[in-house]
Ligand binder design. Structure first.
Ligand code: UT7
Length: 325
């Protein structure tokens, strides 16, 4: 009998503190109108001092476990995607494991920036399909505000903090149908934080402060649109599906114009696309599970529907998951 990996619960969490476009007008040379028109973002949530990625991840995880009708004792694998871990080590997955009072199961982080959740879900699916795990907790969580230069208008208006999580269980019913992961490190310098543990933060040739995100926005934008168009084709082709077979597009929430372009590629009406970017900006690895949880909880996404999840981010990394919910 084929074992499928099926999402049985979703959860998410946004920190209380909100930063509006108006607030940003007082910080950098920008306008609410520019941000709305060029990105679709209205506000973002920011972790307060002392509030960490693990804090956000824990809340999202508890909600997902409850929605699945499980308890932390049932979890036998934790995969957490983040670019902004609490500590260099242990992994944030281990920190969340400790918070949930789970002991002994495998727990590890995945770093694929904005594609992190797609990578993490794909890895958990392999554990479940091979029988190595039966009930996995998959989390995307970020305090991306910590790697943002709040004087750089080219990046600071785009990003925010948050967390999303799912419980994935072994099931005889269809769940995840296919996963598609890609990366090309040749694009390292178009979107990166130049400093790091091994390289250090004293980098003479860094194009600005090595602690913060540097992005050639326009080039990233074009690559994202083209690459996401290709991953849609690849995913449909691998499953022998037509565009009209997809009930919902749950895209990475980076920019409404990128989302619109992917929806056009799928000939999909925007009513069938989950868009939350306006409410929290780009939360990197948290954005796909945040959008998924929003549309599950408000009743738009129903059991049995076909969902296409996709993301693109630093690396570059990109990927998709096609699933029957
Ligand atoms: O998660 C994956 C990673 N990230 C992304 O997917 C983001 C991809 N990139 C983008 O979303 C867009 O490129 C941006 C939103 C970052 C920028 O939009 P754009 O339409 O590509 O604008 P641009 O960079 O070509 O800049 C247009 C103008 C420039 O002024 P000039 O040179 O035409 O006078 C910028 O200096 O807009 C200016 N600009 C701003 N103006 C007001 C750039 N940022 C701002 C700002 N407020 N915040």
């Amino acid at each position: 009998m084929t074992i499928y990996a099926r999402i049985t619960g979703t959860g998410s969490y946004l920190p209380e503190k909100v930063l509006t476009n108006k607030d940003l007008e007082a910080m950098v040379d920008t306008t609410d109108q520019w941000i709305r028109e060029r990105t679709g973002i209205v506000k973002r949530h920011i972790a307060v001092d002392g509030q960490t990625t693990c804090d956000l991840a824990e809340q999202a995880a508890r909600r997902a476990i409850e929605a699945a009708g499980k308890t932390p004792d049932d979890i036998d694998l934790i995969v957490l995607a983040t670019t902004t871990p609490d500590k260099i080590f242990p992994s944030t997955a281990c920190l969340v494991q400790q918070r949930l009072d789970i002991h002994g199961c495998a727990a590890f982080d995945i770093q694929a920036v904005c594609t992190g959740f797609i990578y993490a879900l794909s890895v958990a699916e392999k554990f479940i399909r091979t029988g190595a795990a039966r009930c996995a907790l998959v989390i995307g969580a970020e305090t991306f505000s910590r790697v943002i230069d709040w004087t750089d208008r080219g990046t600071c208006v785009l990003f925010g903090d948050g967390a999303g999580a799912v419980v994935v269980e072994a099931s005889a019913e269809q769940g995840i149908l296919s996963t598609h992961l890609h990366a090309d490190g040749a694009y390292e310098n178009l979107l990166h934080v130049p400093g790091g543990v091994s390289r250090g933060f004293d980098i003479p040739d860094a194009d600005g402060d090595p602690h913060f995100t540097h992005m050639k926005g326009n080039e990233v934008f074009k690559m994202a649109v083209n690459t996401l168009g290709r991953i849609v084709d690849e995913t449909l082709h691998a499953n022998g599906l037509k565009k009209s077979d997809v009930d919902w597009l749950v895209p990475h929430q980076a920019n409404i114009r990128i989302i619109n372009a992917t929806a056009r590629k799928l000939s999909m009406s925007m009513e069938k696309v989950v868009v939350t970017v306006g409410q929290h900006g780009n939360t990197s690895a948290a954005s796909v599970p945040l959008a998924l949880d929003t549309a599950v909880r408000d009743g738009r996404i129903q059991r049995g529907e076909v969902l296409l999840l996709e993301a693109f981010g630093g690396g570059f990394t990109w990927g998709s998951v096609l699933l029957k919910f």
